[in-house]
Design a protein around this ligand. Structure first.
Ligand code: AMP
Length: 457
């Protein structure tokens, strides 16, 4: 038995068996280093990035400890964003498949308060959420944390970046001090050390590389000295590689919008996400990018947080990141799960110092020919239909599939991702069939009602 076998840990039999059904054969480095300590009950700081398997590390820790018979909140996981909280909750649910009747609740901002209160009244074992909303529940006394035995701070560096320090302190104060505390962070600045000193008890620090194989991500560097050159380079790279999903990083909000607008002007299917968008605009951009109806998303590092898309073909740094850690984090978003990915970085002659700080072998690459600028731009495979009805109108994904298929409709396998939110639903259909799909769903009643449906473009 090797030390990276999950069976060396003494996990509950059900949890262990489920891991092999999930195809988790061996522990990732961060799991092998942290799980023995976590299961011993120690406080642990894990320096793990997305992709390292950190969620399963703390997820298994809290599930192993859990008493499902007691309907009290026993663990709480704080995450910087709603997207990340959803992602963490779904990973924990996967890990918990062998435990019957387990309730895992997400409590995040941007979602209505009422239903969260209702769910809390029914009792839950694990809460995953964002600090602001959890603090609000504590203030309104709709949430009690007196029985919490384990607290997890996930992506702690980002929570601090986002100004959640006070909220975290308020939450920690309401949790019994004999708890176990785990903290995960991609970087380890002074602020993390400070918060660890305040909220943790003699923590062990484990540091593990992420599981991306560096070899599957090919990095290219292109020198572009003027704004025009930079924009041209971006267009050439997108036109040459024709990615289904490419993430373009800019260093400022303003740039993300300008770059996305300019790309759209040249016919690319591109959107920006940044902090000035409202929740609905942001959700729509993420939905359209993840359902493959928009192929380029232009983002700041902050806005790209928690963006959970496994199949990025390409990451382009329109601006070089200020910090080598961030650069590595950006390019690690492509080439996940053994896929090959392309990472391209545009830099100017004024940025060579920042480039040196990356401490990797950089050979400047020659930009592909600008004849690519004249080539037609690849249209996304999918198109999004927006339906003016959602959970509040009791619409479910099945109703939408029903409204699109059947007589005069389109085949079910031409339907992509369906997202139902409170008042709207989004469904991706193959672009070639969008007209018949729209006609069919407009002529049909869904749940006995006619909803407004339109193409998002
Ligand atoms: P995370 O770093 O927690 O975001 O996890 C990255 C991905 O790796 C997730 O999709 C997990 O489902 C997967 N994963 C976590 N642990 C293992 C493992 N031991 N073996 C295989 N896949 C894993």
């Amino acid at each position: 038995m090797s030390t990276s076998d999950f069976s060396s840990l003494g996990l509950q039999a059900g949890l262990l068996k489920n891991l092999s059904t999930l195809g988790y054969e061996q522990m990732t480095p961060i799991q092998a280093l942290s799980l023995p300590l976590i299961l011993e009950g120690k406080d642990v700081i894990g320096q793990g990035k997305t992709g390292s398997g950190k969620t399963a590390a703390f997820g298994l820790g809290l599930l192993h400890k859990l008493n499902v018979k007691s309907y009290k909140i026993q663990s709480i996981v704080l995450c910087p964003t709603r997207e990340l909280a959803d992602q963490v909750a779904s990973e924990i649910r996967k890990l918990a498949r062998a435990i019957h009747n387990i309730k895992i609740l997400t409590l995040c901002g941007g979602a209505p308060f009422g239903p969260q209160i209702g769910s809390l009244e029914h009792g839950a074992h694990i809460v995953v959420g964002t600090p602001g909303r959890i603090e609000e529940h504590l203030r309104k006394k709709t949430l009690k944390l007196d029985h919490v035995e384990m607290l997890v701070l996930d992506e702690a560096d980002r929570m601090l970046d986002m100004g959640f320090q006070d909220a975290i302190d308020d939450i920690v104060e309401k949790i019994p001090s004999n708890r176990q505390t785990l903290l995960f962070s991609a970087t380890y600045p002074q602020e993390i050390e400070d918060i660890a000193m305040r909220v943790m008890n003699n923590p062990a620090v484990v540091n593990a590389p992420s599981t991306h194989e560096a070899s599957t991500i090919k990095q290219y560097f292109y020198q572009t000295n003027t704004d025009d050159e930079r924009m041209n380079a971006l267009r050439i790279l997108l036109a040459k590689h024709k990615p289904d999903s490419a993430l373009v990083f800019c260093n400022t909000k303003l740039d993300t919008q300008d770059v996305a607008d300019e790309l759209a002007h040249y016919g690319f299917y591109a959107l920006a996400i940044h902090g000035d968008l409202d929740q609905r605009e942001r959700d729509q951009a993420l939905i359209r990018f993840s359902n493959k109806s928009v192929s380029v998303l232009v983002a700041t590092d902050v806005a790209a947080r928690g963006l959970d898309i496994d199949a990025l073909d390409m990451v382009i740094n329109f601006n070089l990141a200020h910090d080598p850690e961030i650069h590595v984090h950006r390019i690690g978003r492509t080439g996940r799960a053994g896929r090959s990915g392309i990472a391209a970085t545009l830099y100017s002659d004024r940025e060579t110092r920042k480039l040196d700080a990356l401490e990797i072998d950089i050979s400047t690459d020659e930009l592909p020919s600008d004849t690519y600028l004249d080539k037609p731009i690849k249209k996304p495979a999918m198109t999004t239909l927006k339906i003016d009805g959602g959970k509040k109108q009791k619409l479910r994904p099945g109703d939408i599939v029903g409204g699109l298929t059947g007589k005069g409709g389109i085949p079910g396998d031409k339907i992509g991702k369906i997202t139902v939110s409170s008042n709207w639903s989004y469904v991706a259909v193959e672009s070639a069939l969008v007209k018949p799909a729209l006609k069919k769903i407009q002529s049909d009643k869904l749940k006995g009602r006619t909803f407004r449906v339109r193409i998002l473009s």
